[in-house]
Design a protein around this ligand. Sequence first.
Ligand SMILES: Cc1ncc(COP(=O)(O)O)c(C=O)c1O
Length: 474
Amino acid sequence: MDRDRLEFSREEMRSLGYRVVDLLVDHFADGEEEGLGASPSRANLEARLRESLPEEGNDPHAVLDQVEADVLPNTMRVDHPRFFGFVPGPNNFIGVLADALAAGFNVFSGTWISGAAAAQVELVVIDWLCELCGLPDTAGGLFTSGGSMANVTALAAARHAVLDDEVTNAVAYCSNQTHTSVDRALRLLGFGAHQLRRLPSDDRFRLDPEALRDAIALDRNDGRRPFCVIANAGTTNTGAVDPLPKVADIAEAEGLWLHVDGAYGAAAVVCERGRAALGGLDRADSLTMDPHKWLFQPFEIGGVLVRDERHLRRAFRLEAEYLADAVGAEDEANFSAYGIQLTRSFRALKLWMTLKVFGRKHVAAAVHRGFERAEQAEQFLRNRPGWAVVTSAQMGIVTFRCEPEDWTDDRVDALNRHLVSAINEEGEVFLTKTTLDGRPVLRLCPINPRTTDEDLRTTFARLDALRRDHCPSA
Ligand SMILES: Cc1ncc(COP(=O)(O)O)c(C=O)c1O
């Protein structure tokens, strides 16, 4: 190793590299036995990891030892087949290899001149996604770090296209189930919190078109400027899909931009069940779809698709003297001109390689399993005493509660909160809670295609045991 050149010999690189590959292979092959990982306290991790900045450096194998001992086991395994919390991250090995290559070759994906083939791959994959969503030939987009960045990118395009960037008195609309990244995006784009109407949703947690129409009329009447509707294609809470065709009709009639936040759910268009659930997606002016959620990619890859890609170019285009050499020919895509980042990693590679290796059909089968697992979970709940399904399985999510008869609401709420921490403490299963209509509910998101029948059986056996411990009468 030549430390001043930050350089290793071939043998050293091989030895370190093979060790990393072995770690990854063991993780993918024996992931289940590894368990769900851990989330230790800050004090615990301070004790393990706090040190002053190393002056001389260490043996790289010793550093890898520490990664193995202190870092990797002290994170949650969001790709574990019994990790059902939040939105799981069941990535795939091809995506991992692609990320290693993208990092290893340090491909610059911001300009054609520096990353021509990377840009071409991104163009191709974005076109595949646009086609799956039924967007027209004018559509385009780019990959971002995730859904939050995709939402802010899309809403910047909307602000530019509809408002010419003048936000005074402008108003956007969404349901109260919308992800907070939308609130944050609008805040960053200069809108006050009062410029986003979070409208009550219907009894299935979907945006109510009548409420939307009324709110727009009220705002127009008061001299405000409605400019955008944000609809959900799979909410984080329950997987609810807003009535996209009706919402699109209203947006069209009112001259509003329709952004669809499908960060979680839009990827399901890859399979038939998803396509059926997502009718109207093709009406979006812009759309967020995160491959690092339900398209099985390693973090980070979100995506924004825009019906007319010129809106992205117009919203983001800037010129700089130091980038004069990067301008290139008209048909050469400079993705840095379509979004926020200039320096961008080659995110498209992992999705491109995944789709090429497995094929749409098999990725679709993997997504389809998520629908089925959630339905299977719902059946488990319906066949067991003491459990109430709060929202039926939709888009791979089911929510439920333990509801012993004759208990007060407060006591039932406390029980359900406790069940989540109790099951997670056991370490066999990880799930999370959310709040619906002001009440805590348990939420299961079984979209990992490697989740088995046995995993679900274990999950419900554990839940039942806890239920019996805490409310024998239920
Ligand atoms: C519906 C929805 N929108 C946006 C986001 C934000 O995406 P990210 O976490 O990739 O920034 C999420 C994340 O779970 C989501 O579920």
